[in-house]
Design a protein around this ligand. Structure first.
Ligand code: HEM
Ligand SMILES: *[C@@H]1O[C@H](CO)[C@@H](O)[C@H](O)[C@H]1NC(C)=O
Ligand SMILES: *[C@@H]1O[C@H](CO)[C@@H](O)[C@H](O)[C@H]1NC(C)=O
Ligand SMILES: *[C@@H]1O[C@H](CO)[C@@H](O)[C@H](O)[C@H]1NC(C)=O
Ligand SMILES: *[C@@H]1O[C@H](CO)[C@@H](O)[C@H](O)[C@H]1NC(C)=O
Ligand SMILES: *[C@@H]1O[C@H](CO)[C@@H](O)[C@H](O)[C@H]1NC(C)=O
Length: 311
């Protein structure tokens, strides 16, 4: 528990300290709320920190939520909207993460509405440590079907590069942001195709370390009675570090899409340099998170009163 709050502080500190906020002509700014709601950052930070002490999975879930939100219709909190009788929302789309920690954001938002009514958008209340540019507006549209535009854990490097490029993100951003997998867990369904009947020539994906493949097969046999079975995405899944890259270098990436980063000359050298230099990874992750946070920022949105419903 202590470790987790230290992790949050560390992540918060490095992002806030290391990011040089590249202010464009857009209205986003790191101190947007300084005048409008000076308590905002603190309220968000306290809420996330407290929630993480009760449930150590919270940081991983919020981080993944942020990624999914930004990749579909930009960072407009469209992911937070509930489905209605007329519309199935992103929340309930195929790689569905609806059981995740939405309550933490709702909780922060409730406290923010009390302190500063109609000021802090839902898109901005997702977390202080990565979401450093503030002032974005909330979208009004959320469509489950659009989640199929997310990259898949079976994607090859070319597809991943294209998917990121469509959002204005570079190859370096792809490799740095994939480091988000230093936190977190995956169910067998996202990688078991690598283990059994992979191709006509290979029973298992030849890029997997063979010892690791044996371990994964034990956790994910076919058939598998345990629907919650899976594997952590690196060996230190509650610590934000560069272990994810070290494991990829050893052939121990869990997803095909993780391991693919080491199989392609365009990304391999970046994986290598993050595996060797953790500080470099932290700096590049922070910079890429700022870029991710600027994807598709909308101007004609609203400031939702409740994150799960349009006004
Ligand atoms: C590059 C393309 C990416 C693909 C294909 C991908 C795919 C996935 C998949 C399949 C899972 C596991 C879902 C499950 O079975 O439970 C997952 C988990 C996760 N992803 Fe990604 N992801 C990508 C990029 C990212 C990025 C950019 C971030 C954040 C910066 C991120 C953060 C996470 C986190 C934190 C988890 C763990 C969630 C948890 O433990 O609850 N991913 N990802
Ligand atoms: C901390 O989180 C727990 C669990 O989510 C909640 O019950 C409690 O009210 C929170 N405390 C504060 C001070 O926010
Ligand atoms: C996923 O979404 C479906 C509807 O598309 C829903 O029935 C199911 O309960 C959701 N599963 C989880 C784990 O949230
Ligand atoms: C999603 O939208 C596409 C394009 O409009 C359509 O072809 C497809 O059938 C839709 N899928 C679902 C599951 O609604
Ligand atoms: C990558 O995947 C795409 C989509 O599945 C496929 O069309 C393409 O041929 C693959 N590229 C390589 C180099 O394997
Ligand atoms: C692998 O493929 C063979 C032949 O198609 C099939 O008989 C077998 O059940 C498959 N095994 C698994 C684990 O899917």
């Amino acid at each position: 528990m202590v470790k987790m709050s230290l992790m949050i502080s560390a992540v918060a500190a490095f992002i806030l300290l290391l990011t040089m906020v590249p202010l464009s002509e857009a209205a986003l700014s790191a101190n947007y709320y300084d005048q409008m709601c000076p308590q905002a950052e603190n309220i968000i930070y306290q809420t996330v920190c407290n929630a993480s002490i009760y449930d150590p999975k919270v940081p991983a879930r919020l981080l993944r939520m942020f990624f999914h939100d930004c990749f579909i219709r930009g960072c407009d909190a469209s992911l937070l909207l509930d489905s209605t009788p007329e519309n199935k929302a992103e929340k309930d789309g195929p790689p569905n993460i609806s059981v995740r920690s939405f309550y933490v954001i709702d909780d922060a938002k409730t406290k923010l509405e009390k302190a500063c009514p109609n000021t802090v958008s839902c898109a901005d209340s997702q977390g202080p440590w990565w979401n450093v540019l503030k002032g974005r507006k909330d979208g009004r549209v959320s469509i489950a079907n659009e989640t199929r535009n997310l990259p898949s854990p079976f994607s090859n490097t070319t597809t991943l590069i294209q998917s990121f490029a469509k959002r204005g993100l570079s190859i370096k951003d792809l490799v740095a942001l994939s480091g988000g997998h230093t936190l977190g867990f995956s169910h067998c369904s996202s990688f078991s195709a690598r283990l059994h009947n992979f191709s006509a020539e290979h029973f298992s994906d030849p890029s997997i370390n063979s010892e690791f493949a044996i371990n994964l097969k034990k956790k994910c046999p076919i058939p598998n009675k345990d629907h919650n079975a899976g594997e952590f995405l690196d060996s230190t899944s509650s610590t934000f570090d560069n272990d994810y890259y070290k494991r990829i270098v050893m052939g121990k990436g869990v997803f095909g899409s993780d391991q693919a980063l080491f199989e392609d000359y365009r990304t391999r050298w970046i994986v290598d340099s993050f595996a060797k230099d953790e500080k470099l990874f932290f700096r590049e992750f922070a910079a890429s998170m700022v870029k991710l946070g600027n994807v598709g920022v909308i101007e004609d949105g609203e400031i939702r009163v409740k994150c799960s419903i349009v006004n």
